[in-house]
Design a protein around this ligand. Structure first.
Ligand code: FHN
Length: 387
C-alpha cells in the first residue's frame, strides 16, 4: 500500500500543486457524512430477508422496484431540523457536512425537475437540500452533496440488478442516463448556493468510464470553480480509495482520495485524502445495528488520521423521523466536549513530523519561523515520560 501511495504521489506531483480551493477543507480536517433516504423506512429489516440491511436494502433484500417505490408515501421525517443537524455537526468540531442527495436507489432528497422520484413526492414535500443549504452557513458548515453515479431506479441506467429478471433493459440508454446525471448535478450546483464538495460514488460498474468521470469533473468546476470533487469519478482503486495512476493522467482523479472504513498506514505528505467511516457497522439506519464505536475510539481515529495529513468524514444514518440515533447524538456531544478543549490540535493542523510514536500521535501547526507540536497521548508510559 505504501508503495502505491508513493507512486500515486509521483503520478500526482505534476497535478497536485497546492490547490488553494482545498485550503478550507485541509484546515477543517473533520466532517459529517449523512446517509439518509427511503431506506431509513425499512431501517434494515425486510420480510423474511433478514435484518442486516441498510442503504443497499433494495438490492440486498431483492425488493422489486414497484414495492420499493411504496416507501415514498411512507417517508415523512416530521422531526427533521436542518439547523439542529448543522448545529450538532458544528458543535462536534466538524467544518463540513456531506449528505446523500441521491444514493444508489435513485431517490432524490432534493426537489428535482428531472424526476418524480424525489422528496416532493413524499408526504413531507420539503426540499431537504434547500433547508440544509440555508442552515449550514449559520453554523459555519460547508454544505456538500454525495451523489451516486449508479442508479437502480432510472430506466436508462445499466446494468440492471442481476436478480431483476422481470425488469426489462429494453430501450435503456446510458447516454440518456448520463444526461440525466449531468442535469441533476447542474441542479445541485445551481440551486443551493456555494457547495463545498461534490462527493461522487457508485462509479465502479462496467457501464461507467473514466472519460465520463472527467466530463463530470469538468461540469462541476464549470458550474462552481471552487467546488472540491472527490476521486470517485473513475478508477477509485477499491476500498483503499486510491485512484489508479490512469485516473490522474486521465483527468478523472478528482481532488482528493477516499479510503473507506480504513485508515492508510502512511500517506505521502503530498497527497490529499479523507477516510470515510461509519459510527456503527452501516451507513444507512438499521434499528438493530448497535455496534457503535466508542467516543475514545472515534477520537483516536481522528487523531490518527490528522497525524497522517488526512481528513475524517464520520457518518450518521438518521432515523425515518428525521432525528439522529441517540447513540450518534451522544458521541457527537462527547466529541464536541473534547474538541472544545483540544480542537486546536486538530483544526488547521498538518501531519506529524515523526514517522511513528509508541504512545500516540502528533500533529503540528507551522508558524512564521516557529511551529507548534501537539502530542496526542493514547497510552501514557508508566514512568510518565514520553520518548
Ligand atoms: O456502496 C456505497 C455505500 O453504500 C456507501 O455509500 C459508501 C460510503 O462511501 N460508498 C459505497 C461503497 O464504497
Amino acid at each position: 500500500m505504501i508503495e502505491l501511495l508513493a507512486a500515486a504521489a509521483i503520478a500526482l506531483n505534476q497535478s497536485t500543486q497546492p490547490e488553494p480551493k482545498l485550503d478550507w477543507w485541509r484546515d477543517a480536517r473533520f466532517g459529517m457524512f449523512i446517509h439518509w433516504g427511503l431506506y431509513a423506512v425499512p431501517a434494515g429489516s425486510w420480510e423474511d430477508k433478514g435484518t442486516g440491511h441498510a442503504e443497499w436494502i433494495r438490492t440486498t433484500a431483492q425488493i422489486p422496484l414497484e414495492t420499493y417505490d411504496n416507501f415514498v408515501e411512507k417517508f415523512n421525517p416530521v422531526h427533521f431540523d436542518a439547523d439542529a443537524w448543522c448545529e450538532m455537526a458544528s458543535d462536534a468540531g466538524m467544518g463540513y457536512v456531506v449528505i446523500t442527495s441521491k444514493h444508489h436507489d435513485g431517490f432524490c432528497l432534493f426537489d428535482s425537475k428531472h424526476t418524480e422520484f424525489d422528496i416532493m413526492s413524499t408526504p413531507f414535500k420539503r426540499d431537504i437540500m434547500g433547508e440544509l443549504a440555508e442552515a449550514a452557513p449559520k453554523h459555519d458548515i460547508r454544505m456538500s452533496w454525495y451523489h451516486s453515479i449508479m442508479d437502480w431506479h432510472h430506466p436508462d441506467y445499466l446494468p440492471r440488478r442481476g436478480w431483476e429478471k422481470d425488469r426489462s433493459a429494453d430501450g435503456a440508454d446510458m447516454q440518456s442516463y448520463r444526461k440525466y446525471l449531468h442535469a441533476q448535478v447542474t441542479e445541485l450546483l445551481t440551486n443551493y448556493g456555494p457547495v463545498g464538495i461534490m462527493w461522487f460514488d457508485g462509479e465502479w460498474e462496467s457501464t461507467w468510464r473514466g472519460v465520463y468521470g472527467k466530463e463530470l469533473y469538468e461540469l462541476c468546476v464549470t458550474l462552481q470553480p471552487e467546488v472540491i470533487v472527490n476521486n470517485r469519478l473513475g478508477a477509485r482503486g477499491g476500498m483503499e480509495g486510491l485512484t489508479g495512476m490512469e485516473g490522474y493522467a486521465g483527468g478523472y482523479g478528482g481532488d482528493y482520495m477516499t479510503p473507506e472504513q480504513e485508515i492508510p498506514d502512511a500517506v505521502d505528505k503530498g497527497l490529499d485524502w479523507e477516510t470515510c467511516m461509519t459510527m456503527n457497522n452501516r451507513w444507512g439506519y438499521n434499528t438493530l445495528d448497535k455496534n457503535f464505536k466508542s467516543t475514545t475510539d472515534l477520537l483516536q481515529k481522528l487523531s490518527d488520521i490528522v497525524s497522517k495529513n488526512g481528513n475524517f468524514l464520520l457518518n450518521i444514518g438518521p432515523k425515518p423521523d428525521g432525528t439522529f440515533p441517540e447513540e450518534s447524538v451522544q458521541r457527537l456531544a462527547e466529541i464536541g466536549d473534547w474538541m472544545d478543549v483540544n480542537g486546536e490540535a486538530i483544526l488547521g493542523t498538518i501531519g506529524s513530523p515523526f514517522n511513528s510514536l509508541p504512545w500516540g500521535r502528533a500533529t503540528q501547526k507551522l508558524g512564521d519561523g516557529s511551529s507548534t507540536l501537539y502530542l496526542h497521548v493514547f497510552d501514557w508510559p508508566e514512568d510518565g515520560k514520553l520518548h
